[in-house]
Design a protein around this ligand. Structure first.
Ligand code: SF4
Length: 422
């Protein structure tokens, strides 16, 4: 575990540095890029809040949520007027399907302004009805990702999802019914809960193989520093050794049936799937409260305060409230992290983007990863090995935990209490 601990520490340190924003206040978005970019839209409302969750989410209130969707549509119009165009859209949360009629209206605005080639939407199991999925498919939604986390009733109870989204039997029925309507139905799972045993994990995998969804994303449990204290009281602390062992069990069980499309996303063999937006897109705009964007060499964060967000949009002002411009080397490292998370990186594309060969900017990093057996060089591509896949899981865990820590601080500064109610 020495290598894993070392790279985890490096990523932890680098992520904390990346998210120490140098400009805060009211910030204008950069000029629209020449080419279309991706768009991430955030809907923070959830009917109830899960204790392990470190996202930007607040307890659902219908009036506030309807007002928020109005603001989102207005923000889209503002980006459109600025000359932005979006090739693909990811709507995440929170629970984007918390008000289905509002989500459908938002999708109509999106398609009207930008005609993106593909749209992904996150949802929870209680919103998996066939009618809604058909309405989403009619509006160009190609991928729906449903948060299941586990099929173990004991863990579902411990994390507060049993009474919200139902037992394992009900979850299986809902997923079975929901298949075949959108191009890609993805099931989001979490592993390495402190109370999860190997038997429970193998049972989850068995259930997934029987259900055979188009795509499965298996995240290791990731908790911010604040959430860690809460989780410790509920079920203890997870170990990294177990994470590594469980990852091996997951990849072994899905081998032959699914093929990895990122270090933690597995798509059914032979199917064509779309994936997480950070893997396939260099630049993206973030819309909605607490969303991040990466455009023109800088990372941007929108205000986490919902009232501030609504006020700014009403006054015709963008909600960006923090920015950090990266150095060329930081951007190159980010490209390597995200590129290889998607399993391979094209060195010609890298050269085109950075106007330099990959070795000249990332020589020490590539040498290190080659020495520890994480990557191979095949023609113009750098590829992640099986061993390297777990190293990337460990690094992405640290990266997202760093993002979650930043969210916690921003939410606190915005006056949002720890449990998440506004
Ligand atoms: S994990 Fe729970 S609280 Fe977090 S976004 Fe999903 S439903 Fe909301």
């Amino acid at each position: 575990m020495l290598v894993e601990r070392f790279i985890s520490r490096v990523i932890r340190h680098n992520t904390a540095h990346c998210f120490s924003f140098e400009n805060q206040g009211e910030i204008e978005p950069p000029p629209a890029p020449e080419k279309p970019v991706h768009l991430y839209l955030h809907v923070p409302f959830c009917s109830e809040l899960c204790p392990y969750c470190s996202f930007h989410r607040v307890a659902f209130r219908e009036d506030a949520a309807r007002e928020y969707f109005r603001s989102l549509k207005e923000e889209l119009r503002m980006y459109h007027d600025r000359g932005y165009s979006f090739s693909g859209v990811y709507i995440g949360g929170g629970t984007p399907t918390v008000l289905p009629d509002e989500l459908l209206g938002l999708l109509d605005s999106l398609n009207g302004y930008f005609s993106p080639a593909e749209i992904s939407v996150e949802t929870n199991p209680d919103r998996l009805d066939r009618r809604l999925l058909a309405d989403l498919a009619d509006r160009n939604v190609k991928r729906v990702s449903v948060g299941v986390q586990t099929f173990d009733d004991g863990i579902l109870q411990a994390i507060g999802r049993f009474h919200k989204y139902g037992s394992s039997a009900l979850l299986r029925e809902r997923i079975g019914d929901a298949q075949g309507i959108v191009d890609t139905l993805n099931v989001d799972m979490i592993y390495n809960f402190p109370i999860q045993t190997e038997r429970m994990l193998r049972q989850d995998l068995q259930t997934l193989v029987e259900l055979s969804p188009d795509q499965i994303t298996f995240y290791p449990l990731m908790v911010s520093s604040l959430t860690r204290d809460r989780m410790k009281g509920i079920m203890g602390i997870s170990g990294q050794e177990t994470e590594k062992r469980f990852y091996g069990i997951i990849t072994g069980a899905l081998d032959g049936l699914y093929q990895p499309s990122s270090a933690w996303c597995f798509s059914r063999r032979g199917a064509s799937m779309i994936d997480e937006y950070i893997v396939i897109n260099d630049d993206y705009v973030g819309a909605g409260s607490g969303a991040f964007g990466l455009v023109a060499g800088g990372i941007y964060a929108n205000t986490f305060s919902l009232s501030d967000y609504g006020r700014r949009i009403k006054e015709g002002r963008f909600p960006l409230s923090a920015r950090k411009i990266f150095s060329r080397r930081e951007l190159a490292r980010y490209a390597l992290l995200m590129g290889l998370f998607g399993l391979s990186m094209d060195t010609d594309m890298f050269r085109e983007k950075f106007h330099a060969p990959v070795w000249s900017l990332l020589g020490p990093e590539l040498l290190f990863f080659r020495l520890v057996g994480a990557v191979t060089f095949e023609g113009k591509r750098i590829k992640l090995t099986r061993k390297g896949q777990y190293y990337w899981v460990a690094m992405m865990r640290e990266f997202f935990t760093g993002v979650d820590n930043f969210r916690d601080l921003s939410r606190e500064a915005a006056g949002i209490v720890k449990e998440g109610s506004a």
